[in-house]
Write a protein that binds this ligand. Structure first.
Ligand code: F6P
Length: 320
């Protein structure tokens, strides 16, 4: 192996830059040349590569976003797009590809491997933490802390005005962010896609709090919850109980910001491990971290197996 390429794909997550840095530096140390692909699979299809030296990744470890830019690429979902991408890689003499992204990016990477035999390694980076085979994904810890800080602030105004707030957090169809943030913020209820939502019971609980003299409440809702988005839930709560509420959708603020130490270290470890994996001949795998140890898994396992919520956390969120 003489040359690798690195790309970031799908929704950005804090720590992607730290991962690019570790991957590039370790590859250069091991005598490889390194190319960065601009704008994920879009750049791969269009052949937009930049050479990367050690200094190109200086002063980025603390920055959110991704210096390589990212995209969602409908073209890459088609066989023609993947053929063009494989062609770009061959024309640029790339022997191995590191894909930093989430499950959608991994599915695309796997197709590229199956159809064109490109050796590649995935590194899990998404705020959603919904990837099997790694305890945490890069960006999740930062996103949870960003959301927590925002909810603490909303709690001040909720208490001042004696209001009920319904706060929506990201996570696509997974409740990892909502669950941890809800426990951390001391929310009165956490609504997640993985467990049934009983809005009547939640309304009763809030009414009970009011009867006991508690005048403000926070509900944390995962964007993928079965009861609907935060605005829909606010309407339903009003119809069921007469309770009025304010809605805050935290949205893309959760994707930005400087990564936490935990995310920077995880990103550095996994970027490093992706280079070792490629050089040892691993193909079509993801590197992850389980119980503090770096592991490798076949790429399809990462979306075909379901990562489960910690049942103890679910119990805490329901009882505290
Ligand atoms: O996968 C990361 C994520 O932020 C999800 O939590 C969210 O559902 C989605 O991406 C939003 O995607 P976009 O930025 O393309 O609207």
């Amino acid at each position: 192996m003489d040359r690798i390429a690195i790309l970031t794909s799908g929704g950005d997550s804090p720590g992607m830059n730290a991962c690019i840095r570790a991957t590039a530096r370790h590859a250069l140390d091991r005598g490889l040349s390194v190319l960065g692909v601009i704008k994920g699979y879009e750049g791969l299809i269009d052949g937009v590569f930049i050479p990367m030296e050690s200094t190109d990744v200086s002063n980025i470890i603390q920055r959110g976003g991704t210096i390589l830019h990212t995209a969602r690429s409908p073209r890459f979902r088609e066989p023609d797009g993947r053929a063009a991408a494989a062609d770009s890689l061959r024309r640029n003499s790339v022997d191995g590809l590191v894909v930093i992204g989430g499950d959608g990016s991994f599915r695309g990477a796997h197709e590229l491997y199956i159809e064109h035999g490109i050796p590649l390694v995935g590194v899990p980076a998404t705020i959603d933490n919904d990837i099997w085979g790694t305890d945490l994904t890069i960006g999740y810890d930062t996103a949870v802390n960003t959301a927590l800080e925002a909810i603490d602030k909303v709690r001040d105004t909720a208490a001042a005005h004696d209001r009920l707030f319904i706060i929506e957090v990201m996570g696509r169809s997974a409740g990892f962010i909502a669950l941890e943030v809800g426990i951390g913020a001391g929310a009165e209820a956490v609504l997640i896609p993985e467990t049934p939502t009983d809005l009547n019971a939640i309304c009763d609980r809030i009414q009970g709090r009011i009867a006991r003299g508690r005048t403000s409440s926070i509900l944390v809702v995962a964007e993928g919850d079965e009861a609907g988005d935060a605005f829909r839930i606010a309407e339903k709560v009003k119809d069921m109980s007469g309770l009025k509420s304010r809605v805050t959708v935290l949205g893309h603020v959760q994707r930005g910001g400087s990564p936490t130490t935990r995310d920077r270290v995880l990103a550095s470890k996994l970027g490093w491990a992706s280079v070792d994996a490629l050089m040892e001949g691993a193909q079509d795998v993801m590197v992850g971290e389980v119980d503090n140890r770096v592991v490798r898994h076949p790429l399809p396992d990462t979306w075909m197996k379901r990562k489960l919520l910690d049942p103890l956390l679910v119990t805490l969120s329901e009882n505290l």
